[in-house]
Design a protein around this ligand. Sequence first.
Ligand code: BDP
Length: 690
Amino acid sequence: EDGYDLWLRYDAPQYRQAWASIGSPGAVSADEDHPTIRAAADELTRALGHDPAATPASSAATILIGTARSPQIARLGLPLAGLGPEGYLVRAVTAEGRRTIVVAAREPVGVLYGAFALIRQAGQGGSLGGLDLSDQPRVRLRVLDHWDNLDRHVERGYAGQSIWDWWRLPAIGDRRYTDYARANASIGVNGTVLNNVNAKADSLTAPYLAKAAAVADVLRPWGIRVYLSARFSAPIELGGLKTADPLDPQVRAWWKVKADEIYRVIPDFGGFLVKANSEGQPGPRDYKRSHADGANALAAALAPHGGVVMWRAFVYADTDPDDRAKQAFTEFKPLDGTFADNVLVQVKNGPIDFQPREPFHPLFGAMPKTPLMIEFQITKEYLGFASHLAYLGPLFAETLAADTRGKGAGSTVAKVVDGSLDGHRLSGIAGVANIGSDRDWSGSIFDQANWYAFGRLAWNPTADPQALATEWTRLTWSSDPTVVTPVVAMMMRSRQAVVDYMTPLGLAHLMATGHHYGPGPWVSDLARPEWNPSYYHRADRNGIGFDRTRTGSNAVAQYAPPLARRFANPAATGEDLLLWFHHLPWDHRLAGGDTLWDTLVRRYDRGVAGAASLRSDWAALRGRVDEERWQRTAERLAVQEAEARWWRDASVAYFQSVSGRPLPPGSAKPAHDLDWYKAQLFPYAPGQGQ
Ligand code: BDP
């Protein structure tokens, strides 16, 4: 039990019981010759406890899979027409006098998703008799973004090296590629960007395209398309041109020839992800062109082949020197309606950068003429890497459920993203992957849940994160309710605990420099103002917080009027985002009657107590899950508890040095003085950019 099998642990006892409830099928019946149907049949065979290599598909089985092109399926006359290209139907029927489970779909990929839905159901425990499942994804592009470099270093990766072994590819494969594909298909992920957004042009050279093509060949049967991050200046670096100006005919011709070359080796290539004019990356602004000019040039090259451009809105140039949170909106909102049909603008969930908590990005709801992809970070750059437990389902769901009010009440981010609010055909959700070469893939067992929840929410952005945690726990740890209940409870409160001990009450970006691990609220000497934690918390003798109302940066005005009004009023903003939008005196009284200062310290205390309770709840589960994974997890929870104290003590010591206020009664003095915390440095922390 080293975690390699993720949530696909078919030895768990509930599977046997579930299969027994439908007569313990000995094999799967599939009469179509298609790689994806074969993949689905093999996976089901594996889940039934058999060896796919030794168990040929059989017509005597009680699980029957296929599309309407299969005569066996066609005979059943199932209502497949309304399913959509990726939808499925899983039903208990009687076929030729026998109780049978049928997995049917319009297309092979739907059969694959149906097979995984059946397996997932079996893994929940209970009987499969009377089964009737039908579903289809609400979002078209469900994509993992790998921030993986060609030398296998993963930017913001905390689970070892990249799983893509570029050096050995294309001739030498890896079993992991297939298992990666299985895991992703099981949660509905249908695309993967293989390389870092801070891209090297080399990934577009012929040798690297051959390597990407080899990966694409492995992923294809599992319904997963390959995409690449494209470096905007590649026409200069690879093509020898003098410019990468997106309106230059030679540049456009270069991209066209490059796209044609890519599609020759990867016929179903998904398209490009582009980070342009952001954190030193080249882009159209270098030539006084807009982001739309840049995106459209690449989109024109891909369009004949059906590819898309995912153009990132993560920019913070100099448009709004007073507030980084406003810059993407200022730059992109005026471009609404000017992007080509095959461009999606990819917007991070919040306006700054994957913080433990942020309000939703104001571009959601503000660019109705453009398909907006949401980008989440599954890897926990700002939430304790892979050593802290923070289940991100609630973070993802909180953003997706937020009401932008863009078209009146009910204009949720989920509806913007799935295209239904503005009638877009293209829609997408991206997650920055937390996958690496570690045996358990994600650096900890609980971090696997974030990958899982991402995929399931990309499929259905209104899914309930608690239901997903329950589902994942049964599949991953145990279906025993005495395990499921406490584990799900731990997961559900873990993210708020992290918020409380790192950045309570709407604070953000207080992490140490560069690697972002551990506290650094005192840092104020970095070259760009918005790199400094002091820029975000603005604490001084009088108070703390970032005034984003009219008396400050007025970022609230980027939200729809009802929200702008709410966020402009501290009493209506809510404590979770209070200091994101307001700079308030330390003695400001909150709804509960306590001062802001006392409340802040108590939130830090609550965070430490939360981390301690995660650890003690886990201790009580010893013996109820396998010892190997229990132990690995216990080690991490001990680190988390100690580091929650470190975060709390360092932050309280620092803010107290600014506020000059005494600690509230019952709140302990930090273990060390402020200088001690400032002296803690981690020069070799993993995952940094290069
Ligand atoms: C930040 C990361 C940086 C990424 C950047 C991005 O610190 O490594 O390159 O986001 O999203 O969160 O481009």
